[in-house]
Structure formats: structure tokens, C-alpha cells
Ligand binder design. Structure first.
Ligand code: SF4
Length: 447
């Protein structure tokens, strides 16, 4: 069980040296108990106390990393039941299923599917994992498919088999990619624990109910395996969903360590209907899948899932923002119009989309308003002449156009006079209030 602030305090040096950036050991202890501080911030805690305190400062759901380098996926580490309480921390990973009995061409097609990626609000959205399942029972066949996946994809790998010998064959070729091995069960637990420790890999545990699941994770933990992923074994939506909620609640609200791990869910084993599978996956994006295994990646279902994940795993206290700067839309030149907007992502996407639709190549100046829309930023004093003029001067747009005409949003029309004063030589033009009117406005615009 986690320690209270006072219990933690008793284990600290009590010198109040302040090196942990709070004035007293007691304040540090309280922060540690509340999960607001890292134990590593105190350099003076004894080794003996550290072992005890690590337990107290560990997140209630252990973070687990699959893969290495840039493509490593971290799941777990969650601290709240509901996004609005704080934020969800580590987005779930999407995995595509490949089996060792598939035709070569099918394997190739699925590996191509792993390359799907989309740009959105300045981020690259893409799936992270390939799950290779042993359907043949043949270690050599499994090893060959794993080897092919490793050579042709930089995604993280999940090795799926109930036979530890088959998994060992797969691990032989990809252990350096730190795959997730799936799954330890009551029948193979000891051997799977050995494999996980020998290869420093996380291991998934599969049980037929939550009680058995907790027993298995306890045994694995006692055997020295720390990085565990949970599969409750349910393959109906209702039961699997209930299990996800129960696991999250047990870990966070009851501090029940045996279920304090991220989960893996398999919509690919819950339906044969691809659209239904996507809908099921979307439910686990919201609550509380750690890894979501799909039978295939198709753009029309993967893209909405990636966007849903992006939205749910953003910080609800911070609006999505686009980077400040000059955005060139449609290949503008020195005679192209220059428009200005705020860096609230939704505003940026609406305005840039309408400029694109107009087919009039343009420059779009995006002013940092801390993610606020034009009207809100204007009311908050972040989209006014005093703030806009220095940005226009320093962003370098003067070097890109011959004319000096700046189109500001209709909602900021009150700033036109102030801007003409602060930007000598610039003509300030009042653009439309609504994005939908931008195409007509641009078509009629002349330098
Ligand atoms: S650094 Fe350690 S010893 Fe110093 S005040 Fe913080 S908790 Fe106490």
C-alpha cells in the first residue's frame, strides 16, 4: 500500500535543506504522497528508505514501455478515472494483427498499412505496433514472420503465442526491439517469467477472470517481473468494457497493486465486422485500453481512431494550439494576399481550409494567442495591435511580399487603426468575420 505523507516524512533526512525545491522535508513528503514530486529530487535519502519510498511514489498504474528509440510506446502511468480531473497521460497504442499462417502478400499488405500516417495540428498521427500471432504452432514459421516484420517495419512488436518455445524463437530475432510477449497464463507462467527476465521484455498476462488475473500478476511480480500488461480474457464488448473500468478503478481508487498495470484489448477477436471492430476500438480509446489490437489498418477507420485518441489525450486545461509563424498555402508569391489569425487550432484549420478551398495562394500569419480563438484572444488583450504589430515585424513577411497589405479577421476590426499606427507603411484590410466567406473575399482581392 502507498505510504501517507507523514509516513514518508519519517523516512526523509529532515534537514530541510531545500534542494528539492520546496523549503521543508515535510512539504516534499506531502508532494510525494500526492504524486506531485519525484523521489529523485532529494539527493540525501538513504538506500533503505529509497526502497520503501519508491513504492509510495510509484504511479498507481505502472508505466510500461514497448519498443525502443523514437518508436517506443509508453502505456499506463494513468492517475485519474476521468479526463477532466487532470488529464490522461499515455495514449493507447494501436496494433495490427499479422499471423504466421497468412499468405506472404497479405503480410506485405498489412505491413504497408502500418505506414499510414496523418498530419494534424502539427503532429504526426500514426499507429505504433504490429502483433504477430502464432497460429501454426511452428516455431520456425513464427520466427520467419517475426523476422520479416522486424525488417520491414520500425513499429513496436507484440509476440503472441501460448507456447513459450514459439515465443522464444520469435524473441531470438527481435529481442533488441523490446517486444511485448503475450501471454502468460496459469499454464505457462514460470517459463514466461523466465523469458521476460532473460530478454528484459514486458509480458502480458491473460486470465479468464479478474480474480485469476490478480493472482497471476502477483506471482509474476514475486518472480521479479515488473513490466506487466493485463488481458482480462473477455471477448464480449460488455464484459471487456466492465473489466476495463473495474481494473482502472481498483488500481486508482483502491490502490490495488495486482491490477495496477496497463491493459491490452483485442477488438479483432470480438467481431468479424470491420466497422463494428472500429467502433469497439473507439470505446476502448475512451475507456481505458492501453494497447488496442485491430485485425487491419484501413485509412477510413484508422484515421478517426487516431483523431479520437488525439482529442482524448490532450490536456483539457490547455487548448490545442498551432505554432506561431507564416504558413504558405497553395504556393504563394510576392503578390499573394497576407491574412492573419490566432493560433487556436480549430481556428487555424478552418481558416487554412477555406484559403485552400479558395484556390488563391496566400500567406497565413498565425499569431500565438496561447491557443485562444480570435474573439477570446482579442477580449483577453492577446490579439490587439500592441501584440500583433511586433509579431508582424519580426516574422519576416515583409521580405516575402511586394505589397504591404494585411488582412485581419473581421472580429478584430477594432484593431485596424492601432495596427496602421504601429505598422507604418502597412495597409490594414478588414477580412470576413466568418471563415466560410474567405473564398469569395480572396477571389475578389487584388494586391
Ligand atoms: S532535498 Fe531532501 S533533505 Fe533536503 S529538504 Fe528536500 S527532502 Fe529534505
Amino acid at each position: 500500500m502507498p505510504l501517507t505523507g507523514i509516513e514518508i516524512f519519517k523516512l526523509l533526512p529532515k534537514t530541510n535543506c531545500g534542494e528539492c525545491e520546496v523549503p521543508t522535508c515535510l512539504a516534499f513528503a506531502m508532494n510525494l504522497a500526492a504524486g506531485k514530486a519525484e523521489l529523485s529530487a532529494c539527493p540525501y535519502v538513504s538506500e533503505e528508505a529509497r526502497a520503501q519510498l519508491e513504492e509510495a511514489s510509484a504511479p498507481p498504474i505502472r508505466p510500461v514501455t514497448i519498443g525502443v528509440g523514437d518508436r517506443a510506446l509508453k502505456v499506463g502511468g494513468e492517475t485519474v478515472m476521468f479526463r477532466h480531473e487532470k488529464r490522461f497521460e499515455n495514449p493507447p497504442g494501436f496494433a495490427i494483427l499479422i499471423t504466421d499462417t497468412m499468405e506472404e502478400s497479405e503480410v506485405d499488405a498489412r505491413l504497408e498499412g502500418c505506414k499510414l500516417q496523418y498530419e494534424r495540428v502539427g503532429l504526426t498521427l500514426r499507429p505504433e505496433l504490429v502483433a504477430v500471432r502464432d497460429d501454426s504452432g511452428n516455431a520456425k514459421k513464427f520466427e520467419a514472420v517475426v523476422s520479416k516484420v522486424k525488417q520491414n517495419s520500425d513499429c513496436g512488436i507484440i509476440l503472441m503465442s501460448s507456447n513459450p518455445d514459439v515465443l522464444a524463437a520469435g524473441l531470438k530475432v527481435c529481442t533488441d526491439r523490446k517486444p511485448l510477449i503475450y501471454a502468460a497464463t496459469g499454464d505457462n507462467l514460470d517459463r514466461m517469467a523466465e523469458l521476460a527476465k532473460e530478454n528484459s521484455c514486458p509480458v502480458a498476462v491473460k486470465a479468464s477472470n479478474l480474480e485469476e488475473l490478480a493472482q497471476l500478476t502477483t506471482k509474476l511480480t514475486e518472480a521479479g517481473v515488473k513490466d506487466i500488461v493485463l488481458d482480462s480474457g473477455s471477448r464480449t464488448l460488455r464484459q471487456a468494457f466492465e473489466d476495463q473500468v473495474f481494473i482502472r478503478s481498483a488500481a486508482l481508487n483502491k490502490k490495488f497493486r495486482p491490477l495496477g498495470f496497463p491493459t491490452i484489448v483485442l477488438p479483432c477477436e470480438m467481431t468479424d465486422n470491420p466497422m463494428k471492430e472500429a467502433v469497439i476500438a473507439s470505446i476502448f480509446v475512451a475507456k481505458y485500453g492501453g494497447i488496442i489490437v485491430l485485425s487491419d489498418f484501413q485509412g477510413h477507420s484508422l484515421f478517426p481512431l487516431l483523431v479520437e485518441r488525439l482529442n482524448i489525450y490532450t490536456d483539457p486545461q490547455r487548448p490545442l494550439a498551432t505554432t506561431e509563424g507564416i504558413y504558405e498555402i497553395g504556393g504563394p508569391d510576392e503578390n499573394s494576399p497576407v491574412l492573419l489569425t490566432s493560433n487556436f487550432s480549430l481556428t487555424y484549420f478552418i481558416v487554412s481550409g477555406e484559403i485552400e478551398a479558395s484556390k488563391v495562394p496566400s500567406y497565413l500569419l498565425v499569431k500565438d494567442t496561447e491557443g485562444l480563438s480570435v474573439m477570446t484572444a482579442w477580449a483577453a488583450g492577446k490579439f490587439v495591435a500592441d501584440a500583433i504589430a511586433p509579431f508582424v515585424k519580426k516574422c519576416g513577411i515583409s521580405d516575402k511580399v511586394k505589397h504591404h497589405k494585411l488582412v485581419i479577421p473581421g472580429y478584430a476590426a477594432a484593431e485596424s487603426g492601432g495596427l496602421e499606427e504601429k505598422l507604418p507603411g502597412w495597409e490594414i484590410q478588414i477580412g470576413p468575420r466568418e471563415g466560410a466567406h474567405i473564398p469569395a473575399y480572396l477571389k475578389a482581392w487584388t494586391p
